[in-house]
Design a protein around this ligand. Structure first.
Ligand code: A2P
Length: 292
Protein backbone atom coordinates (compact mmCIF):
# COMPACT_ATOMS: atom_id res chain seq x y z
CA UNK A 1 0.00 0.00 0.00
CA UNK A 2 1.49 3.38 -0.94
CA UNK A 3 2.22 5.19 2.30
CA UNK A 4 0.99 8.51 0.93
CA UNK A 5 -2.50 8.94 -0.49
CA UNK A 6 -4.91 11.68 -1.47
CA UNK A 7 -7.77 12.31 0.96
CA UNK A 8 -11.16 13.27 -0.50
CA UNK A 9 -13.25 14.18 2.57
CA UNK A 10 -14.83 17.62 2.00
CA UNK A 11 -13.43 17.71 -1.52
CA UNK A 12 -16.17 19.67 -3.21
CA UNK A 13 -18.23 18.37 -6.09
CA UNK A 14 -16.87 19.93 -9.26
CA UNK A 15 -13.35 19.92 -7.81
CA UNK A 16 -12.72 16.41 -6.55
CA UNK A 17 -12.49 14.79 -10.00
CA UNK A 18 -9.84 17.22 -11.19
CA UNK A 19 -7.96 16.76 -7.88
CA UNK A 20 -7.87 12.98 -8.31
CA UNK A 21 -6.79 13.33 -11.92
CA UNK A 22 -4.01 15.78 -10.99
CA UNK A 23 -2.85 13.54 -8.17
CA UNK A 24 -2.67 10.40 -10.33
CA UNK A 25 -0.83 12.28 -13.07
CA UNK A 26 1.85 13.55 -10.71
CA UNK A 27 2.43 10.15 -9.15
CA UNK A 28 -0.04 9.56 -6.32
CA UNK A 29 -1.00 5.89 -6.40
CA UNK A 30 -3.42 5.80 -3.47
CA UNK A 31 -6.80 7.52 -3.21
CA UNK A 32 -8.90 7.47 -0.05
CA UNK A 33 -12.68 7.63 -0.59
CA UNK A 34 -15.92 7.01 1.30
CA UNK A 35 -19.57 6.73 0.40
CA UNK A 36 -20.53 9.46 2.88
CA UNK A 37 -18.22 11.97 1.17
CA UNK A 38 -20.96 12.10 -1.49
CA UNK A 39 -18.42 12.50 -4.26
CA UNK A 40 -17.58 8.93 -5.33
CA UNK A 41 -19.31 9.22 -8.75
CA UNK A 42 -17.05 12.16 -9.65
CA UNK A 43 -13.98 10.30 -8.38
CA UNK A 44 -15.04 7.33 -10.52
CA UNK A 45 -15.25 9.53 -13.61
CA UNK A 46 -11.72 10.75 -12.92
CA UNK A 47 -10.45 7.16 -12.59
CA UNK A 48 -12.03 6.26 -15.92
CA UNK A 49 -10.54 9.30 -17.67
CA UNK A 50 -7.06 8.59 -16.31
CA UNK A 51 -7.20 4.85 -17.11
CA UNK A 52 -8.40 5.64 -20.66
CA UNK A 53 -5.36 7.85 -21.19
CA UNK A 54 -3.23 4.75 -20.68
CA UNK A 55 -0.46 5.95 -18.34
CA UNK A 56 -2.00 4.57 -15.15
CA UNK A 57 -3.80 1.23 -14.90
CA UNK A 58 -6.33 0.13 -12.30
CA UNK A 59 -3.89 -2.33 -10.77
CA UNK A 60 -1.28 0.43 -10.32
CA UNK A 61 -3.41 2.26 -7.80
CA UNK A 62 -4.70 1.55 -4.32
CA UNK A 63 -8.28 2.59 -3.62
CA UNK A 64 -9.90 2.64 -0.20
CA UNK A 65 -13.56 3.24 0.52
CA UNK A 66 -15.75 3.02 3.60
CA UNK A 67 -19.08 1.53 4.62
CA UNK A 68 -21.41 4.21 6.00
CA UNK A 69 -22.96 3.77 9.43
CA UNK A 70 -26.50 3.23 8.13
CA UNK A 71 -25.39 0.19 6.12
CA UNK A 72 -24.11 -2.00 8.96
CA UNK A 73 -26.89 -4.57 8.75
CA UNK A 74 -25.38 -7.73 7.21
CA UNK A 75 -28.20 -7.82 4.63
CA UNK A 76 -27.13 -4.49 3.10
CA UNK A 77 -23.32 -4.49 3.38
CA UNK A 78 -22.77 -6.08 -0.02
CA UNK A 79 -25.27 -3.74 -1.67
CA UNK A 80 -23.46 -0.73 -0.17
CA UNK A 81 -20.11 -2.02 -1.37
CA UNK A 82 -21.49 -2.66 -4.86
CA UNK A 83 -22.90 0.88 -4.98
CA UNK A 84 -19.45 2.27 -4.16
CA UNK A 85 -17.91 0.06 -6.85
CA UNK A 86 -20.47 1.32 -9.37
CA UNK A 87 -19.86 4.93 -8.36
CA UNK A 88 -16.08 4.57 -8.49
CA UNK A 89 -16.35 2.58 -11.75
CA UNK A 90 -14.16 -0.17 -10.30
CA UNK A 91 -14.45 -3.93 -10.16
CA UNK A 92 -12.79 -4.24 -6.77
CA UNK A 93 -11.55 -2.11 -3.88
CA UNK A 94 -8.10 -2.57 -2.43
CA UNK A 95 -9.41 -1.82 1.04
CA UNK A 96 -12.89 -1.42 2.51
CA UNK A 97 -13.33 -0.01 6.00
CA UNK A 98 -16.14 0.12 8.52
CA UNK A 99 -16.25 3.93 8.74
CA UNK A 100 -17.29 4.13 12.42
CA UNK A 101 -18.00 1.44 15.00
CA UNK A 102 -21.63 2.44 15.37
CA UNK A 103 -24.71 1.31 13.44
CA UNK A 104 -27.21 4.04 12.53
CA UNK A 105 -30.89 3.42 12.04
CA UNK A 106 -31.56 3.18 8.30
CA UNK A 107 -33.57 6.23 7.27
CA UNK A 108 -33.66 8.75 4.48
CA UNK A 109 -31.36 10.87 6.66
CA UNK A 110 -27.78 9.64 6.58
CA UNK A 111 -27.35 10.79 10.19
CA UNK A 112 -30.82 10.44 11.76
CA UNK A 113 -31.21 12.34 15.04
CA UNK A 114 -34.02 11.96 17.56
CA UNK A 115 -35.86 14.97 18.99
CA UNK A 116 -33.13 15.47 21.61
CA UNK A 117 -30.40 15.61 18.98
CA UNK A 118 -29.07 12.13 19.74
CA UNK A 119 -28.18 9.85 16.85
CA UNK A 120 -30.63 6.99 16.28
CA UNK A 121 -28.91 3.63 16.33
CA UNK A 122 -29.79 0.18 15.07
CA UNK A 123 -29.19 -3.00 17.10
CA UNK A 124 -26.50 -4.51 14.87
CA UNK A 125 -23.24 -5.66 16.41
CA UNK A 126 -19.86 -4.98 14.86
CA UNK A 127 -19.40 -8.75 14.82
CA UNK A 128 -22.37 -9.18 12.46
CA UNK A 129 -21.14 -6.37 10.23
CA UNK A 130 -17.64 -7.84 10.22
CA UNK A 131 -18.95 -11.23 9.05
CA UNK A 132 -20.55 -9.44 6.08
CA UNK A 133 -17.30 -7.56 5.41
CA UNK A 134 -15.44 -10.90 5.41
CA UNK A 135 -17.77 -12.25 2.78
CA UNK A 136 -16.87 -9.32 0.49
CA UNK A 137 -13.28 -10.59 0.54
CA UNK A 138 -14.43 -14.13 -0.25
CA UNK A 139 -16.47 -12.79 -3.18
CA UNK A 140 -13.51 -10.83 -4.55
CA UNK A 141 -15.23 -7.44 -4.26
CA UNK A 142 -12.50 -6.16 -1.95
CA UNK A 143 -8.90 -7.26 -1.44
CA UNK A 144 -8.76 -6.44 2.24
CA UNK A 145 -10.90 -5.07 5.05
CA UNK A 146 -10.36 -2.88 8.05
CA UNK A 147 -11.88 -0.24 10.28
CA UNK A 148 -11.76 3.47 10.94
CA UNK A 149 -12.21 5.42 14.14
CA UNK A 150 -11.75 2.32 16.27
CA UNK A 151 -10.41 2.65 19.79
CA UNK A 152 -8.01 0.12 21.30
CA UNK A 153 -10.83 -1.57 23.23
CA UNK A 154 -12.95 -1.93 20.10
CA UNK A 155 -10.04 -3.49 18.23
CA UNK A 156 -9.27 -5.93 21.03
CA UNK A 157 -12.84 -7.16 20.77
CA UNK A 158 -12.80 -7.36 16.96
CA UNK A 159 -9.57 -9.37 17.01
CA UNK A 160 -11.23 -12.03 19.18
CA UNK A 161 -13.59 -13.11 16.39
CA UNK A 162 -12.19 -11.81 13.09
CA UNK A 163 -11.47 -14.71 10.72
CA UNK A 164 -10.25 -12.21 8.14
CA UNK A 165 -8.09 -9.84 10.18
CA UNK A 166 -8.53 -6.09 9.98
CA UNK A 167 -5.46 -4.79 8.16
CA UNK A 168 -6.09 -1.11 8.89
CA UNK A 169 -7.38 1.33 11.47
CA UNK A 170 -7.83 4.80 9.99
CA UNK A 171 -7.94 7.49 12.67
CA UNK A 172 -7.35 11.20 13.19
CA UNK A 173 -3.64 11.80 13.74
CA UNK A 174 -1.55 14.98 13.72
CA UNK A 175 0.78 16.38 16.39
CA UNK A 176 -2.16 17.77 18.41
CA UNK A 177 -3.71 14.28 18.49
CA UNK A 178 -0.68 12.00 18.26
CA UNK A 179 -2.43 8.90 19.68
CA UNK A 180 0.82 7.12 20.68
CA UNK A 181 -0.85 4.29 22.64
CA UNK A 182 -3.35 3.46 19.90
CA UNK A 183 -0.61 3.50 17.26
CA UNK A 184 1.63 1.24 19.36
CA UNK A 185 -1.20 -1.20 19.94
CA UNK A 186 -2.21 -1.37 16.29
CA UNK A 187 1.33 -1.82 15.01
CA UNK A 188 2.00 -4.51 17.64
CA UNK A 189 -1.05 -6.40 16.33
CA UNK A 190 -0.06 -5.94 12.66
CA UNK A 191 -2.90 -3.52 12.05
CA UNK A 192 -1.56 -0.67 9.92
CA UNK A 193 -2.62 2.85 10.84
CA UNK A 194 -3.74 5.60 8.48
CA UNK A 195 -3.52 9.17 9.73
CA UNK A 196 -6.52 11.16 8.54
CA UNK A 197 -6.71 14.94 8.85
CA UNK A 198 -2.89 14.93 9.12
CA UNK A 199 -2.80 18.70 8.68
CA UNK A 200 -5.49 19.32 11.28
CA UNK A 201 -8.42 19.19 8.88
CA UNK A 202 -10.41 21.99 7.30
CA UNK A 203 -11.41 25.30 8.82
CA UNK A 204 -9.65 28.14 10.55
CA UNK A 205 -5.87 27.74 10.64
CA UNK A 206 -5.32 29.74 13.83
CA UNK A 207 -5.26 26.86 16.35
CA UNK A 208 -4.02 24.16 14.00
CA UNK A 209 -0.72 22.31 13.87
CA UNK A 210 -0.08 23.84 10.45
CA UNK A 211 0.30 27.23 12.17
CA UNK A 212 2.17 25.99 15.25
CA UNK A 213 5.44 27.83 15.97
CA UNK A 214 7.36 24.57 16.46
CA UNK A 215 6.15 23.23 13.11
CA UNK A 216 7.00 26.52 11.39
CA UNK A 217 10.54 26.56 12.78
CA UNK A 218 11.23 22.95 11.77
CA UNK A 219 9.83 23.70 8.30
CA UNK A 220 12.13 26.69 7.97
CA UNK A 221 15.17 24.63 9.02
CA UNK A 222 14.49 22.15 6.20
CA UNK A 223 13.33 24.72 3.65
CA UNK A 224 10.02 22.89 3.54
CA UNK A 225 6.44 23.94 4.24
CA UNK A 226 4.56 23.24 7.51
CA UNK A 227 2.29 20.81 5.64
CA UNK A 228 5.30 18.86 4.40
CA UNK A 229 6.70 18.65 7.94
CA UNK A 230 3.38 17.35 9.28
CA UNK A 231 3.14 14.72 6.55
CA UNK A 232 6.77 13.71 7.10
CA UNK A 233 6.18 13.32 10.85
CA UNK A 234 3.40 10.81 10.16
CA UNK A 235 5.45 8.97 7.53
CA UNK A 236 8.42 8.61 9.88
CA UNK A 237 6.12 7.17 12.56
CA UNK A 238 5.32 4.37 10.10
CA UNK A 239 1.83 5.63 9.37
CA UNK A 240 -0.04 5.80 6.10
CA UNK A 241 -1.02 9.42 5.55
CA UNK A 242 -3.79 10.95 3.40
CA UNK A 243 -3.68 14.76 3.25
CA UNK A 244 -6.72 16.21 1.48
CA UNK A 245 -6.44 18.96 -1.06
CA UNK A 246 -8.25 20.04 -4.20
CA UNK A 247 -5.63 22.67 -5.00
CA UNK A 248 -3.16 21.42 -7.65
CA UNK A 249 -0.15 23.21 -6.13
CA UNK A 250 -0.89 21.85 -2.67
CA UNK A 251 -1.53 18.35 -4.04
CA UNK A 252 2.00 18.48 -5.50
CA UNK A 253 3.46 20.08 -2.37
CA UNK A 254 2.01 17.37 -0.15
CA UNK A 255 3.68 14.64 -2.22
CA UNK A 256 7.07 16.32 -2.20
CA UNK A 257 8.07 14.82 1.13
CA UNK A 258 10.57 12.12 0.27
CA UNK A 259 13.72 14.25 -0.03
CA UNK A 260 14.23 15.20 3.60
CA UNK A 261 14.24 13.60 7.01
CA UNK A 262 13.26 14.88 10.43
CA UNK A 263 15.82 14.20 13.16
CA UNK A 264 14.89 12.22 16.27
CA UNK A 265 14.88 15.48 18.23
CA UNK A 266 12.51 17.11 15.72
CA UNK A 267 10.21 14.09 15.76
CA UNK A 268 10.12 14.24 19.55
CA UNK A 269 9.48 17.98 19.57
CA UNK A 270 6.49 17.48 17.29
CA UNK A 271 5.15 14.52 19.26
CA UNK A 272 5.36 16.62 22.44
CA UNK A 273 2.81 19.01 20.93
CA UNK A 274 0.21 16.33 21.67
CA UNK A 275 -2.81 17.60 23.59
CA UNK A 276 -5.32 14.87 22.64
CA UNK A 277 -7.19 17.46 20.61
CA UNK A 278 -9.61 16.19 17.98
CA UNK A 279 -10.75 18.32 15.09
CA UNK A 280 -13.13 15.50 14.17
CA UNK A 281 -15.39 14.65 17.10
CA UNK A 282 -18.89 13.26 16.47
CA UNK A 283 -20.19 14.88 19.65
CA UNK A 284 -20.85 17.85 17.37
CA UNK A 285 -22.89 15.85 14.88
CA UNK A 286 -24.47 12.96 16.77
CA UNK A 287 -24.79 14.24 20.34
CA UNK A 288 -22.76 11.25 21.39
CA UNK A 289 -19.44 10.90 23.20
CA UNK A 290 -18.13 8.28 20.79
CA UNK A 291 -14.56 8.56 22.03
CA UNK A 292 -15.46 8.92 25.73
P1 A2P B 1 -7.31 22.77 0.04
O1 A2P B 1 -8.12 21.58 -0.37
O2 A2P B 1 -7.90 24.07 -0.41
O3 A2P B 1 -5.85 22.63 -0.30
P2 A2P B 1 -6.48 17.52 6.24
O4 A2P B 1 -5.84 16.67 5.21
O5 A2P B 1 -5.77 17.56 7.55
O6 A2P B 1 -7.95 17.22 6.41
O7 A2P B 1 -6.40 19.05 5.75
C1 A2P B 1 -7.13 19.49 4.66
C2 A2P B 1 -7.18 21.00 4.70
O8 A2P B 1 -5.85 21.54 4.56
C3 A2P B 1 -7.98 21.54 3.57
O9 A2P B 1 -8.63 22.71 4.02
C4 A2P B 1 -6.93 21.86 2.51
O10 A2P B 1 -7.38 22.90 1.67
C5 A2P B 1 -5.76 22.29 3.36
N1 A2P B 1 -4.45 21.96 2.76
C6 A2P B 1 -4.11 20.86 2.06
N2 A2P B 1 -2.81 20.87 1.72
C7 A2P B 1 -2.31 22.02 2.22
C8 A2P B 1 -1.01 22.61 2.20
N3 A2P B 1 0.01 22.01 1.60
N4 A2P B 1 -0.86 23.81 2.82
C9 A2P B 1 -1.90 24.42 3.44
N5 A2P B 1 -3.15 23.90 3.49
C10 A2P B 1 -3.35 22.72 2.89
Amino acid sequence: MPQLGLGTWRSEPGKVGAAVETALKIGYRHIDCAAIYMNEPEVGEAFSRVFAQGDVAREDIFVTSKLWNNKHHPDVVEEACRQTLTDLQLEYLDLYLIHWGIAFKPSKEKEPLDETGLIMTEPVSIQDTWRAMESLVEKGLVKSIGVANFTTAMLIDLLTYAKVKPVMNQVEIHPYNAQPELVNFCLAKDVAVTAYSPLGSHGDASNKPISDAAVLSIAKAHNKTPAQVLIRWSLQRGLVVIPKSTNPDRIAENANVFDFELSDAEMEKLTKLNRNYRFVDPIEWWGLGYFN
